[in-house]
Design a protein around this ligand. Structure first.
Ligand code: TRP
Length: 358
């Protein structure tokens, strides 16, 4: 078998920029496939990181599937009590952020409801080796982060499942963060090997391209790590304005009084300035200068005000959607129906080229 290709991050960024330009010029040529695990509600880091990027692509009119990877929750945690609730909440956050499923081009669905997609996992598993799965750096990190002493086979193989998530609809653009690049390379390898082995005359699967977002990683309110609910440093999109102000009051800064834009030496202050900048569109340096010796108190007050203003419409839409669970369910139903249409057609083709027709 040919090797799994893994080029440099810089090369991936460069290819992403080209892809982005093409996407804007020809949205009709692409199908975007993206996904999240339903492990909890979304926070401000998701909104400024991946969510807004998705909304932007969505507004270009690209056909988009947003997949909720509920099976993947079982790979690294024991709890499944909240999966259903998290699926609803995730969908609410997507819609509140501006994803409009009424455009007829955007479909949201949990993968557990699409049997034909899941069935692709079986042939795909025969196209990768144990050694290749062993080497996946993202899986290694996740095993470590979750403190797992024993790895279940679902964890080990979920990148192959993810290939089924992407290829069932022949998605060709996948907006991802850096940590997902190894998975995408595996997906491309599986597509290539499948075509070479079973469909040498006419390829069944495209080799999907990653689209890396330009947004800076938003750190948590501790200023030292990526924002994340499990690190207790996140502002949830569902938080109230008062809760948000309370959290920001406790954010970490440093002992220097005068506020300056110095991301190298003052990461905590810089992160709060970046959050103000993302909420207002103002430049970080200019914000720092306007606060000056107003110090951390003024910085935090300004952040609380800016972020709460920025999130107010999102939160209002959230509350409306939360009061209408039937609508959320109907959005997911429609997403499942559309996904099954694509997955059935693909599975049919797959059976055909594998000589499994009866
Ligand atoms: N593994 C991804 C994550 O942890 C979630 C995911 C599952 C996904 N299937 C996908 C992302 C398909 C993009 C495309 O965030």
């Amino acid at each position: 078998m040919d090797e799994i290709y893994s080029g440099t991050y810089e090369a991936a960024l460069e290819r992403s920029a080209k892809l982005e330009a093409n996407l804007i010029a020809n949205p009709g040529k692409y199908r975007v496939m993206t996904g999240d695990r339903p492990t909890g509600r979304l926070h401000v880091g998701h909104l400024f990181g991946s969510l807004q990027n998705r909304v932007r692509l969505h507004r270009l009119g690209v056909h988009t599937f947003i997949l909720i990877a509920d099976y993947q929750v079982l790979t690294d945690r024991d709890t499944f009590e909240n999966i259903s609730e998290n699926i609803q909440q995730l969908t609410i956050d997507y819609l509140a952020a501006g994803i409009d499923p009424e455009d007829g081009k955007t479909f949201i669905f949990p993968h557990s409801h699409v049997p034909e997609l899941n069935q692709l996992l079986l042939p795909f598993l025969t196209l990768v080796t144990n050694a290749e799965l062993d080497r996946n750096p993202t899986v290694k990190e996740e095993v470590q982060a979750a403190g797992l002493s024993r790895i279940n086979a679902g964890m080990y193989t979920y990148p192959v499942h993810q290939a089924a998530d992407i290829l069932f609809c022949k998605g060709n653009v996948v907006p991802v963060g850096k940590d997902q690049l190894p998975h995408l390379e595996l997906t491309r390898t599986i597509a290539r090997r499948f075509n070479e082995r079973f469909a040498s005359k006419k390829a069944v699967f495209p080799e999907p391209q990653p689209l890396l977002s330009k947004t800076p990683v938003v750190l948590g309110l501790d200023g030292s790590q990526k924002m994340s609910k499990s690190r207790n440093n996140a502002v949830m999109l569902s938080a109230t304005a008062d809760e948000t102000a309370g959290l920001i009051k406790k954010a970490k800064t440093d002992s220097e009084r005068v506020i300056t834009w110095d991301p190298q030496n003052r990461p905590e202050v810089a992160n709060l300035l970046t959050l103000i900048s993302l909420s207002t569109g103002r430049d970080q340096r200019e914000i720092a200068d306007s606060i000056g010796d107003g110090g951390a108190g003024k910085l935090k007050a300004l952040l609380a005000e800016s972020l709460n203003d920025y999130l107010a419409p999102h939160r209002a839409r959230r509350a409306e959607l939360e009061a209408n669970p039937d609508y959320i369910r109907s959005v997911l139903r429609k997403g499942i129906d559309e996904a099954r249409k694509f997955a059935s057609a693909t599975l049919d083709e797959v059976r055909d080229v594998m000589n499994m027709k009866i």
